[in-house]
Design a protein around this ligand. Structure first.
Ligand SMILES: Cc1ncc(C[n+]2csc(CCOP(=O)(O)OP(=O)(O)O)c2C)c(N)n1
Ligand SMILES: [Mg+2]
Length: 574
């Protein structure tokens, strides 16, 4: 036991956990701890809005695979975390949100910046705790790190502001690594039997493959079985795109090759995959999910097993450990598999057909630059190994069929929270974690206005050279597409009128480029990558009905029905 202050105990716990950066906006509530950061070797990355601090911590956690930290002033500062922490929750990203709160002697009196902060984070964290005595600062902070790691999600450390002060005795030590097994032997054997007997086995690689760094193990398994590998929705980085068994992602705006391939499966190994219901909906008019297929579902979180689909073999296991042991079990079974030439040829055929179709879509005529043509150029111009974050929007969704990756932790999309305004700040965090790689933040013009624009100031101030690409179609086009398809082109709130984003970037101290012709993409991207400075590329693209992707929520929208006389002309069939 060593004598220290609670502020010292908190900061020393961060140091013990290997924290090098903390994202936030300064506030008096935690200034006593903040003052120690430089001496502790912790960089405080000061952002423009607390939402960006939590997204940046998420981005850094996703690329590093380690818990990361954001901190905010009590009340309004902490409230600004909520949406971003929810995004991290659905991304299974270990973010520790430190939320100082009103002092213990003022609680309940309605003093200043006071509201019970625990309910805000109740539904979006794996664990939350209020430091109830200053002496427990290190212990409770440590528990937040432990659960964030062990349960792959955000936690909240809530600290009454007077509890940073005083003298305490405590011990500082690092949380241990939780090892996770490959699942029961009997399940591994059953999985080996099912896959060996399958006539068309398919591996569905989910986010857990990336989280557990199981890409190599998945590759070996796929090669042994000659099993095509489909990435789950928005998890394009779970298998190398150039591999001969890779067919790309299913889900909204995904790969038709992947959808046609999985539709033929009689056995699916859903590895590190929760089989999220949105990610398996029909797409491109294809109801591709093979209802007759037998499913082996492997997830580290037993709550996900069989949650949205009937599963024949549910296994609670680490994706990497499971894949590794399953391969050994298959090899030991004596069935020494030769590569299945027919299946390989089929995969090749499907990929080629999809490539041709996508190419034709990307070269369709348009008045302004076609978004697909732009994405085609952008995805080939981005250097191999780049990290790409994406937002929520019509153009961003199309990215799913253009961007392939070489390995895990390279693709950071908004995922299931689906909030516009996430991409830029995710990229800030990612770039801090992997400074040697180009980091691209892809977002629509609407989403950029929510958060990206103001965080360019952060990138400049903190010298974090992310490359932002703004898909500028002067519209909240994903929503506009609904008005086109369902509301007879009545545009309420979906048109935008943008400033010159490139000029604005230059005014903020970043580099700014404008692209109107796909031929310029290569040159601009090369300049952006070599500049080593924050860059904003304003890509002027077409937003006409013909170039837009399908409505995002076809599954949930209905034609308008109006009964009242004053609205009757707004009915679908008026
Ligand atoms: C925070 C938040 N607000 C609103 C929405 C609803 N929404 C989904 S997509 C979208 C439009 C996105 O527009 P933009 O970023 O310009 O991309 P585009 O669709 O034009 O490519 C909106 C408003 C959302 N997902 N998140
Ligand atoms: Mg737009």
């Amino acid at each position: 036991m060593t004598k220290m202050t609670p502020s010292e105990a908190l900061v020393e716990t961060l140091v013990a956990e290997g924290i090098k950066e903390v994202f936030g906006i300064v506030g008096s509530a935690y200034m006593d701890a903040l003052d120690l950061f430089p001496a502790a070797g912790i960089r405080f990355v000061s952002v423009a809005h607390e939402q960006a601090a939590a997204h940046a911590a998420d981005g850094l956690a996703r690329v590093s695979g380690r818990p990361q930290v954001c901190i905010a002033q009590n009340g309004p500062g902490a409230a600004n975390f909520v949406s971003a922490i929810t995004a991290a929750y659905w991304a299974h990203s270990p973010v520790v949100a430190i939320t100082p709160e009103t002092g213990t002697m003022g609680m309940g009196t309605g003093g200043f910046q006071e509201l019970d902060q625990m309910p805000w984070f109740h539904a979006c964290t794996k664990y939350q705790v209020r430091v109830n005595r200053p002496e427990r600062m290190a212990e409770l902070a440590r528990q937040c790190f432990h659960v964030a790691k062990a349960e792959c999600g955000p936690t909240q450390l809530n600290i009454p502001r007077d509890y940073f002060y005083g003298d305490i005795e405590c011990e500082i030590y690092k949380t241990s690594e939780v090892s996770r097994g490959p699942g029961p032997e009997a399940d591994l054997e059953e999985a080996a039997r099912m896959l060996s007997a399958a006539s068309f086995p398919v591996i569905l690689a989910g986010g857990g493959v990336s989280i557990s760094n199981a890409v190599e193990e998945t590759r070996s398994l796929a090669e042994y079985l000659t099993a095509p590998v489909v990435s789950s929705y928005l998890h394009n980085d779970t298998f190398p795109a150039g591999h001969r068994l890779s067919v790309g992602p299913i889900g909204y705006c995904g790969s038709k090759a992947a959808m046609r391939t999985i539709s033929k499966a009689d056995v699916i190994l859903a590895l590190g995959c929760r089989l999220g219901p949105f990610g398996t909906l029909p797409q491109y008019g294809m109801d591709y999910w093979p209802r007759g297929a037998r499913i082996i579902q492997v997830d580290i979180d037993h709550r996900q097993l069989g949650l949205s689909r009937r599963v024949h073999l549910p296994v609670t296991a680490d994706a990497r450990a499971f894949a590794n042991r399953l391969l050994l079990t298959l090899q030991a079974s004596g069935r020494n598999r030769e590569p299945n030439a027919e299946r390989l040829a089929e995969v090749k055929r499907e990929k080629e057909a999809w490539r041709k179709e996508l190419d034709a879509w990307s070269r369709a005529p348009s008045r302004l630059m076609h978004p697909r043509r732009f994405l085609q150029e952008l995805s080939s111009a981005a250097p191999k190994g780049s990290i790409v974050t994406t937002d929520v929007g019509n153009t961003c969704s199309m990215c799913n069929s253009y961007f392939g990756f070489t390995g895990a932790r390279q693709f950071l999309p908004a995922l299931s929270w689906g909030n516009c305004g996430i991409a830029y700040a995710l990229a800030l965090g990612a770039k801090v974690g992997v400074p040697e790689r180009p980091v691209f933040a892809l977002q629509g013009d609407g989403a950029y206005g929510i958060s990206g624009l103001s965080e360019v100031m952060t990138a400049v101030r903190e010298q974090i050279p992310v490359i932002a690409v703004v898909f500028n179609n002067n519209a909240w086009a994903a929503e506009k597409k609904n008005q086109i398809d369902y509301y007879d082109n009545r545009f309420v709130g979906t048109n935008l009128a943008n400033p010159d984003f490139a000029q604005l970037a230059r005014d903020m101290g970043a580099e700014g480029y404008r692209i109107e012709d796909p031929k310029d993409v290569n040159e601009v991207v090369a300049a952006a990558v070599s500049s080593g400075r924050p860059v904003v590329i304003d890509a002027i693209i077409d937003g006409a009905a013909e170039v837009l992707a399908e409505p995002f929520r076809r599954d949930a929208l209905r034609p308008p029905v109006r009964h009242l006389p004053r609205y009757r002309h707004l009915s679908a069939h008026s």
